[in-house]
Each structure stands twice: as structure tokens, then as C-alpha cells.
Design a protein around this ligand. Structure first.
Ligand code: NAG
Ligand code: NAG
Ligand code: NAG
Ligand code: NAG
Ligand code: NAG
Ligand code: NAG
Length: 526
């Protein structure tokens, strides 16, 4: 096990609250720091904190606006909270950095105490023996897992619909998707059902719900965080990371998540680059003099009411960045257009079936109803609509789509060249980050056969470079979106430069201050 930076809070600083003095905890827009203030200085118990989030889930996830962000609420959360309260009563106890922080896990993260389903009916009740290593780290640091978040089935695309969990709604506009595939996590965090949550990202899947829910979400450099114990989509492109409401919470989450494990050999690549206390990078001041490479080919040129507003918000953001002293450098390279990059380098179609089968057949589950793609497919217990999604389609012709296919090997070689091309793009333009809107259009409405078009996540996905989504702004209000629809922007950094990337995001967040909470879940829950 690796140098997991284990930051202990200075419990000794904990003052004794006056007898009987405690103030109610406010879960809405709560942060890791606000949870800890309540616990350590305001005599709020961990049970009270956890209950306040469970009450919000109860009021809003299946009732009221019925966001449907959760596949399964944990039956153990309050018990765990009670255990933490007991630990706190011991003055010699040092709480971990996530002590009593309520989080949700995308339901492709294995947990020993709840099923792990990837949203698929065929995997209903599938029970893993163990936590994924990252989940174990989070628990060891004190996090309280409130439950498993709904997701796009098998993380295949960006709608966040699943045969087991149904369609997640965007809390800002209940007629729209929340982006995806980590859309259950995105909606749950936006609605303050949890302080933060985990996602996975094979093409766009952390950053799309980040954009659609006015959040901050990090796709780390390939190899920085082990993916062991996460239901795979593709070895080359899969990454996992946190989604939060603030850059600081994302940095604190990263502290706990980073590190390798034996079951993911790629994670060995990150070991020399692991930093401790990523939040220490958040000193601000990153914008003056920063050369920002705006990727021209990732800015859409359609003129519809669903696209021009994105460009308007992005243009406003560029003006603000220049006013803050950043230097905007336009990078005009048509080979960076999303469709070109997807066509040339995306390899998930060749990897999905093989990897899913290997994962399901590795003896990780004590109960597993179907243990291969073929068996799941034959069961019919999957989402109608998957049949139009490329990796699901490809998985039906394993003779063509496999990891020995010449086309696949050629793409892997091309990806190596693309990594060099991106490095050269940074170098020749002398830029610190690349920058673009996450999606060229507003997140799409819920509809039969919807397609989450226009997303720009592919550059980071195939190169393995890190990227972070930050709230850019909102579209004007509509009848169904009372404060407008969130529009996210994305910074892409050099490999293993998470410290710099986080401070750019933080400096931008502090300057732009675009995050707003959704109205559909805003009323306090008694
Ligand atoms: C903390 O609050 C509990 C009730 O929630 C109360 O019984 C206890 O006396 C309080 N402790 C202090 C030190 O104020
Ligand atoms: C890394 O692990 C994968 C399986 O996850 C395996 O296919 C691959 O051969 C391994 N690579 C090396 C270099 O060990
Ligand atoms: C619109 O954008 C696409 C993709 O970047 C590009 O191929 C096309 O040339 C652009 N069209 C115009 C009119 O600018
Ligand atoms: C764009 O126009 C369509 C068709 O009139 C409408 O359904 C949609 O809500 C509009 N989008 C926005 C963001 O106003
Ligand atoms: C959705 O797609 C399916 C299969 O591609 C097709 O049969 C069906 O007619 C489509 N439905 C709508 C409403 O477009
Ligand atoms: C732009 O328009 C083209 C052609 O109509 C369409 O295929 C594409 O999905 C649109 N892109 C966005 C982001 O709306």
C-alpha cells in the first residue's frame, strides 16, 4: 500500500462547546469544511449530519421533483455515523480527513455492504466481496457512504438512464438529462443530497454531469488513481475522480483517492507524481499572466437556441479571464475537433466486452446473476436504447471488436502520437492550460432515443491528460429552468500537473463565482 497521505485534523484544537449548545446543521451547499465545523465546533453529531442529507434524499429523490439520482440508499449510513460519534467521544481519537463527510458513489464502484450494478437490471443485487481500493480509502478516511448513485447503464453514454434506476433528471430543469454517465452523482451533488460524489470518465462522464449541474469535477491524469474494483468500460480511457460543489472539496477528495493498487497496473505510472494535500495548491492568483490556449475546433458553430448561448457564456468568460490578466491564445488546429479525435483514437469499442467479461469472471462477487456480456445480453435485462450505443453494438461482434484487431492496435499507436501532439501544442503555443466549453450545446432534453451530442471531453480521455470542469454560467431562465441551465467550462492540463490545474480552476472559480444551487430541491427539509 502506498503513501496515502493521511491528514489528521488537529482534534486537540477542538473547543468544548457550552453545555447543550448546538446549532442546526445546514446540508444545502455544505462543504467538507462546513461539516467539520459543525462536528468539531458546534456540537452537531455525525448522525444529525447524515440524517440531514438522508432527509433531503427522502424528500426529493423519489418524491417531489423525483430527481432519481440514487439507485440504492445505504441502509448502513446512520449506523456508521453512530460509530463515528462514539469515536469522537474519545478525546485521543484523531479523525481522518473525510471524517463524517457524506458522499455518494457511482454504482460502478464496488462496495462490500451494498450491491454494485452499473445500473443494469441483469446485475440487480450483484454483491461484491470487497470495496474497490478507492472506496476502502474513503471509508478509512471517515467518509460516510450515503448510497449508490444512478448512472448511465454501464457508463455507455451520457444520458444517465438505466434499466435498474430509470432516468435521472437534471435538478435545474426537470425536462433535461443531467449529463452523464455519472449523472446520478452530478444531480445528487447539485441537489445537496451529499457533500460530494464519485464518477468515472471514459470519454466525458465526469465532466459532462459536472457541466450540466454547475459543479467542479476532475478527471485526473491516467494512472494517478487506481481503477481497481470499478466496473470497466475501457482500459485505455477509463479514469475515476470526484465531483463536488467547490474546487476545494474536489482537491480534498483527490487527497484521499490518489494512489495505486495491484489490480490496476496503469496506476503504477502515477506513483512518482502523487502529491499530498492538493488543497494546498489552491492559493489563487493563477490567472494573471497565465497563457490559456482556447481550442478553436472545440467551439461549436451551429446557430440554434441550444448552442449559441453556450458560445455567448464562453465569450463572456474569456473577457473576464482577460480582465483578470490571463492571455488568451487561440489554437487553430482542426485536428483537435471532437469528431476527428473520436474517429482517430477512441478505443472503448474494442475493449468493453473483453474487459467486462474479465471483471465479472474474476471471482469478485459473492452473488452475480450473469457473469458475461453474452449472458447479460441474452437475459434481455438491459436498457432499451443500449442497442444504439457504440460499445454495446460493438460488443455484439467480438470477432471484429477485440484487442487483437489490427484497427485497435493501430489506434493505440496513434494515441501515442496524439499524446506527443498535445504536448507539442502546449509547448509551441507556450500555454499553461487548454480551455473550451465542455459541451457545444445545452445538456440535452430527456426524450426517447436522445443523444448527448456536442461534448468535448475526448481530448483528455484518449490522451490521459487531466481535465477539470468548472461552472461557467447559466443560460437564460425558461419555463422549465427557473434559473437557467448550467453551462460548464473545462481546463485541460499537462500530465500529472493536477496541482497547477486545480489552482487554475480555483482562481477561475473565485473570479467567476457561477455556481448556483437548483431551485427544485432548495426548500429546507425539516
Ligand atoms: C451537545 O449536544 C447534545 C444534544 O445533541 C447535548 O446532550 C450535549 O450536552 C451537548 N454537549 C455540549 C458539550 O454542549
Ligand atoms: C496490465 O493489465 C492488463 C489487464 O488489466 C493486461 O491486459 C496487460 O497485459 C497488463 N500490462 C502489463 C504491461 O502488465
Ligand atoms: C464548423 O465547425 C466544424 C467542426 O469544428 C468545422 O469542420 C466547420 O468547418 C465549421 N464551419 C464553419 C462554417 O465555420
Ligand atoms: C429551443 O427551442 C425549442 C423549440 O422551440 C424549445 O423546445 C427549447 O426549449 C428551446 N431551448 C431553450 C434553451 O430555450
Ligand atoms: C428509437 O429507436 C428505436 C431503435 O433504433 C426505433 O425503433 C424507435 O422507433 C425510435 N423511437 C423514436 C420515438 O424515435
Ligand atoms: C450541429 O449541427 C449538426 C448538423 O445539424 C449536428 O449534427 C450537430 O449535432 C450539431 N451540434 C450541436 C452541438 O448541436
Amino acid at each position: 500500500m502506498i503513501s496515502l497521505a493521511f491528514l489528521f485534523l488537529a482534534l486537540s484544537l477542538r473547543p468544548r462547546a457550552a453545555k447543550g449548545w448546538s446549532i442546526p446543521f445546514e446540508p444545502r451547499e455544505a462543504t467538507i469544511d462546513s461539516v467539520h465545523r459543525a462536528l468539531f465546533y458546534q456540537n452537531v453529531s455525525c448522525r444529525q449530519i447524515v440524517q440531514s442529507f438522508l432527509d433531503r434524499i427522502d424528500a426529493y429523490d423519489q418524491k417531489g421533483p423525483a430527481i432519481d439520482s440514487m439507485i440504492a440508499v445505504s441502509p448502513h449510513a446512520l449506523t456508521y455515523a453512530g460509530e463515528l460519534d462514539a469515536q469522537l467521544a474519545d478525546v485521543s481519537f484523531s479523525p481522518g480527513p473525510m471524517f463524517c463527510v457524506p458522499i455518494v458513489l457511482k454504482d460502478n464502484y464496488m462496495t462490500f455492504d451494498q450491491p454494485t450494478t452499473a445500473g443494469c437490471l441483469a446485475l440487480k443485487s450483484a454483491q461484491a466481496y470487497n470495496d474497490a481500493p478507492v472506496v476502502a480509502r474513503l471509508r478509512a478516511a471517515g467518509a460516510i457512504i450515503l448510497g449508490k448513485a444512478n448512472m448511465n447503464e454501464f457508463a455507455l453514454t451520457g444520458l444517465s438512464d438505466s434499466s435498474l434506476g430509470g432516468q435521472v433528471k437534471n435538478p435545474y430543469d426537470l425536462t433535461r438529462t443531467p449529463g452523464g454517465s455519472s449523472g446520478g452523482t452530478g444531480a445528487a451533488v447539485a441537489a445537496s443530497f451529499a457533500v460530494w460524489g464519485t464518477g468515472t470518465d471514459t470519454v466525458n462522464s465526469i465532466r459532462s454531469p459536472t457541466s450540466a449541474n454547475s459543479l467542479v469535477g476532475l478527471r485526473p491524469t491516467r494512472g494517478l488513481i487506481t481503477r481497481e474494483g470499478i466496473i470497466p468500460l475501457g482500459y485505455t480511457q477509463d479514469a475515476i475522480g470526484p465531483l463536488g460543489r467547490t474546487t476545494r472539496d474536489v482537491a480534498l477528495a483527490l487527497d484521499v483517492m490518489v494512489g495505486p493498487s495491484k489490480g490496476d497496473n496503469v496506476s503504477a505510472l502515477g506513483v512518482p507524481f502523487i502529491q499530498t494535500n492538493y488543497e494546498n495548491a489552491l492559493v489563487g492568483g493563477a490567472l494573471p499572466g497565465l497563457r490559456i490556449g482556447v481550442v478553436d475546433a472545440l467551439i461549436g458553430n451551429n446557430t440554434s437556441n441550444e448552442t449559441t448561448i453556450v458560445n455567448d457564456v464562453f465569450a463572456e468568460v474569456l473577457v473576464k479571464l482577460e480582465q483578470a490578466g490571463a492571455v488568451i491564445v487561440y489554437i487553430t488546429d482542426p485536428s483537435l475537433a471532437q469528431q476527428t479525435v473520436l474517429n482517430n483514437y477512441d478505443v472503448e469499442n474494442w475493449e468493453f466486452r473483453q474487459e467486462l467479461d474479465t471483471f465479472l469472471q474474476s471471482g469478485l462477487f459473492s452473488y452475480l446473476p450473469y457473469d458475461s456480456f453474452e449472458a447479460i445480453y441474452a437475459s434481455g435485462l438491459w436498457l432499451p436504447g443500449d442497442e444504439a450505443v457504440p460499445p454495446w453494438v460493438a460488443a455484439q461482434t467480438p470477432a471484429v471488436f477485440n484487442t487483437l484487431a489490427p484497427q485497435y492496435l493501430a489506434k493505440l499507436a496513434a494515441i501515442e502520437q496524439f499524446r506527443i501532439q498535445l504536448a507539442a501544442t502546449f509547448e509551441t503555443n507556450n500555454v499553461g492550460v487548454l480551455f473550451y466549453p465542455h459541451q457545444q450545446n445545452l445538456v440535452v432534453p430527456i426524450s426517447v432515443n436522445a443523444s448527448q451530442t456536442g461534448r468535448n471531453g475526448i481530448l483528455a480521455a484518449v490522451s490521459g491528460y487531466p481535465a477539470i470542469g468548472v461552472p461557467g454560467g447559466f443560460s437564460p431562465p425558461t419555463e422549465t429552468a427557473p434559473i437557467g441551465i448550467p453551462i460548464g467550462v473545462e481546463f485541460l492540463g499537462r500530465p500529472f500537473q493536477e496541482m497547477q490545474l486545480l489552482n487554475v480552476a480555483y482562481s477561475f472559480e473565485q473570479m467567476n463565482r457561477a455556481r448556483k444551487a437548483p431551485l427544485s430541491t432548495w426548500n429546507s427539509v425539516p
